[in-house]
Design a protein around this ligand. Structure first.
Ligand code: PHE
Length: 460
């Protein structure tokens, strides 16, 4: 046990878990999902999902990891016995697939950072066309994706304290500093206030089933919940710490970064009136055009900082994603960390190749006939999101039916003596027994139906 590694203390764990949570999901995906779903209306749904469904699951997930002191498979197996370990394996597999496409998008961000800071990307005229061509340049994107994976592996191979914790201690403060700087700048742009209004004044008529599905899956994805990342990180936490307090800080940190990312992006969108640009290209196309308009020097500095921010956010998340399968192989198969890290990283890059080719390069992966003609990257990311909500639902069923709520509460009381008599205990216990499993189960089924058939057949 002694050589599993552990965080040095409270701050180390919180920074690493917040680093895992804050990622491309917050800065790249949250703003475009909000844009597609009526701005503030989406924010409202998102916050409700975080509070009612995600927060209790997060507490449960960390508690399982700390109690069992093992990887995702080992934790379920230790506390549940029987076939419960498979639930951990399901999460580990989901993590492998998430990292496979996540690393491709991280490769785009890494490429943009280098091309803006040291190349002449900002001299381009048509940024939409440029982005489309760029991400189909398989040679370049492979180099940057491999580069990103190598950075991730270098950190993870150093172990929990010297690698993961140390990297987060540098990158997380840097990330906040860049983000705040960019928001201040963004708010001085012409029309900024219109962008802020679009983002913050809720138009409740925009809320529909899609807003709800997108809000839910984004909340799970953004908090890195439901697949074992927080369980694995939780297993490196010592017994003195207050899990509930840590989970609160992690949730607030993640949510505030998503919120702030919107506050940075929408004034920029408003500056060029590009409200109609939707989807994954939002930050790569609209923001790049704004950087271009700032003139060569300012554009390079502000644009370079933005993509550096995106890279830091992505890296602290890819580190946590790689750690999940690595911890499994190190704990269960007793394999040495370094070779495992490089082996798994290579494998995941290979699994990501269809995503890399799916942006138009290879017709088959770009238009999946069984998936409403969408591309493979969208398909795999949708399936991973789904596995997170299913994973969260199963986690509650596991705690309720197998490990037992009383045992969870006992674990949560360690380092938090007042917990047993608190309202929070009642809220979390009730959520894990009822609200979370029921709602997550129903919503997951509806999302499956929507993805493959179309929810309009039910709700018109
Ligand atoms: N939370 C990360 C993000 O928002 C993504 C992630 C998902 C990381 C699941 C780990 C596990 O970008």
């Amino acid at each position: 046990m002694a050589n599993r590694g552990s965080f040095s203390g409270k701050i180390g764990f919180i920074l690493a878990a917040a680093g895992s949570a804050v990622g491309l999901g917050n800065i790249w995906r949250f703003p475009y999902l909000a844009g597609q779903n009526g701005g503030a209306a989406f924010l409202v749904i998102y916050l409700i999902c975080i509070f009612t469904l995600c927060f209790p699951v997060m507490i449960g997930e960390i508690a399982i990891g700390r109690k069992a002191q093992s990887d995702a498979y080992g934790s379920y197996q230790k506390l549940g016995g029987g076939k419960w370990g498979y639930l951990g394996l399901f999460g580990i597999l989901a993590g492998v697939f998430i990292l496979s496409f996540y690393n491709v998008v991280a490769g785009w961000a890494f490429g943009y950072f280098l091309e803006i800071s040291f190349g002449n990307l900002l001299d381009t005229q048509d940024f939409g066309a440029f982005f489309g061509t760029y991400i189909n340049n398989v040679g370049i994107i492979s180099v940057f994706s491999i580069g990103f994976m190598v950075l991730t592996a270098l950190v993870v191979s150093q172990g929990v304290q010297k690698g993961i914790e140390a990297a987060n201690k540098i990158m997380m403060p840097a990330l906040y500093a860049i983000l705040i700087g960019l928001i201040i700048y963004s708010l001085t742009l012409p029309n900024a206030i219109e962008g802020v209004k679009f983002y913050l004044v809720p138009n409740l008529s925009e809320i529909n089933t899609q807003t709800l599905f997108d809000g839910l899956r984004q909340a799970f994805f953004s908090l890195s919940l439901g697949m074992g990342t927080l369980m694995t990180y939780g297993s490196y936490v010592d017994k003195k710490q207050n899990i509930v307090a840590s989970a609160s800080i992690i949730s607030i940190a993640d949510t505030s970064v998503a919120f702030l990312a919107g506050l940075m992006v929408f004034p920029m969108v408003a500056a060029i009136g590009a409200y109609d640009v939707q989807g994954p290209s939002l930050v790569f196309v609209v923001l790049t055009e704004v950087f271009h308009n700032m003139g060569p020097t300012t554009g390079k500095i502000v644009g370079g900082s933005f993509f550096l921010l995106l890279c830091f956010a992505a890296l602290t998340s890819t580190i946590s994603l790689l750690e999940v399968p690595v911890a499994y192989l190190v704990d269960q198969k007793k394999l040495p960390r370094k070779p495992v890290v490089w082996g798994v990283a290579t494998l995941i890059f290979v699994v990501g190749i269809p995503s890399l080719l799916s942006q138009g390069k290879v017709e088959f992966f770009s238009h999946l006939t069984f998936y409403k003609d969408r591309d493979f990257l969208t398909f795999i990311s949708d399936m991973c999101d789904l596995s997170l909500t299913i994973g969260g639902c199963m986690l509650c069923i596991f705690i309720r039916g197998k490990w037992k709520i009383a045992n969870m509460n006992e674990e949560l009381s360690i380092g938090n003596p007042g917990y047993m008599n608190s309202y929070l205990r009642k809220y979390v216990s009730f959520s894990i027994m009822w609200t979370c499993p029921i709602l997550l189960g129903i919503l997951s089924l509806l999302i499956i139906f929507d993805k493959f058939v179309g929810i309009e057949y039910i709700f018109g």
